[in-house]
Design a protein around this ligand. Structure first.
Ligand code: DAH
Length: 340
């Protein structure tokens, strides 16, 4: 029996050396330890041995099958390790591959412009304030001296949530919010989205952006308004940008004005995009805060005066980057967005 077992073990060892994958190992297990395997048949043959030889033969057979099992398990681990190493090598990720194709996002032009404007005013000592896009009729119209029959309140101009609440059609409601806080003097800007029931065209959109500016203090004059506007326009567009003031009417300022700047396309020479005037489209409206507005906010209009203006951020971006259509700012066309 011992001899037979040694031969089996020898044959197994040879077979094991040639086995290279898990399937071959399984075949070897069946060949030697399976139901009809070589060790199993020897085990069965014990029955035919003389009684006194049986225990020794049994012990030897068990030792052999343990050895075979151990060798199989060891080889199994080895093969698995080799397979894993191979897999890891094959799956190695080259973190530098396609590195220059990696695209990172950036702020949209409108947000870039809004931040630039805010930082210009911040440098001039203004506070930057955020306000709600949905506001009350009182803040948006009543307290801004725009009474019930004012045309701007019409549903054809404005999106109403209900009779008293609406999407703000301008950022001027922020003037009221700040003045009602009661802290004087005031020097603030507030930028954000505004909404109007407007037809879309090259220069209009039902949603656009404004930046509101308000200064209230003793002895604030039109000269302060002009100086502030000129400083900011030159900071934003460069020294050779000129401003044109036109008289206008707003219910919340008296006197009121509108401002255009040098046409960015022809630099003032006159061209088709400015209708040969040499001036841009209207960029902002402003004026001296109407005494009625100050009084509505509990501010003594005999002692305090103020100026205010609201500018179109989208139009500022159009002038700055020479865009001829406001829709470019909202179309999400990657060819456009990627240029900024
Ligand atoms: N709210 C005005 C508009 O949307 C712009 C404006 C005009 C703002 C005069 C002001 C101002 O602060 O004083 O057309």
């Amino acid at each position: 029996m011992e001899e037979k077992l040694n031969k089996v073990l020898e044959a197994f060892t040879k077979d094991l050396e040639g086995a290279n994958d898990l399937a071959e190992l399984e075949n070897l297990r069946i060949k030697y330890l399976g139901k009809k395997g070589e060790v199993t048949s020897l085990k069965k043959s014990i029955a035919k041995l003389p009684k006194e030889e049986k225990p020794k033969a049994g012990k030897l057979i068990n030792q052999t099958s343990s050895k075979i099992e151990e060798s199989l398990a060891k080889k199994n681990e080895e093969i698995k390790a080799i397979l894993l190493e191979k897999k890891v090598k094959e799956e190695t990720i080259d973190v530098t591959a396609h590195f220059d194709k990696y695209e990172s996002g950036h702020f949209a032009v409108i947000n870039q412009t809004m931040e630039e404007l805010e930082s210009i005013f911040q440098n001039m000592g203004f506070d930057v304030i955020e306000g709600p896009e949905v506001d009350t009729v009182k803040y948006v119209f009543d307290d801004l001296n725009s009474p019930k029959d004012h045309p701007a309140r019409s549903t054809s101009d404005t999106f109403y949530i209900n009779e008293d609440v609406l999407l703000r059609p301008h950022t001027s409601s922020m003037q009221i919010r700040v003045m009602k806080e009661g802290k004087l003097p005031i020097r603030m800007v507030s930028a954000g989205r505004v909404f109007r029931n407007d037809e879309v065209d090259q220069t209009h959109s039902p949603m656009f952006h404004q930046l509101e500016c308000l200064v209230v203090d003793e002895k604030v004059s039109m000269a302060n308004l002009k100086a502030t506007l000129e400083t900011f326009i030159k900071e934003m567009f460069g020294e050779d940008m000129n401003l044109r003031y036109r008289p206008h009417h707003f219910p919340f300022t008296e006197p009121s004005l509108e401002v255009d700047v040098t046409c960015p396309v022809c630099k003032g020479e006159g061209c088709s995009s400015c209708g040969n005037t040499g001036w841009s489209m209207e960029l902002l409206g402003g004026g001296m805060v109407h005494p009625k507005v100050l009084e509505a906010c509990g501010i003594d209009s005999e002692k305090y005066t103020g100026f205010a203006f609201g500018l179109g951020v989208d139009r500022i971006a159009m002038v700055k980057y020479g865009l001829d259509d406001i829709r470019l700012l909202y179309d999400n066309d990657k060819r456009f967005i990627e240029q900024f």
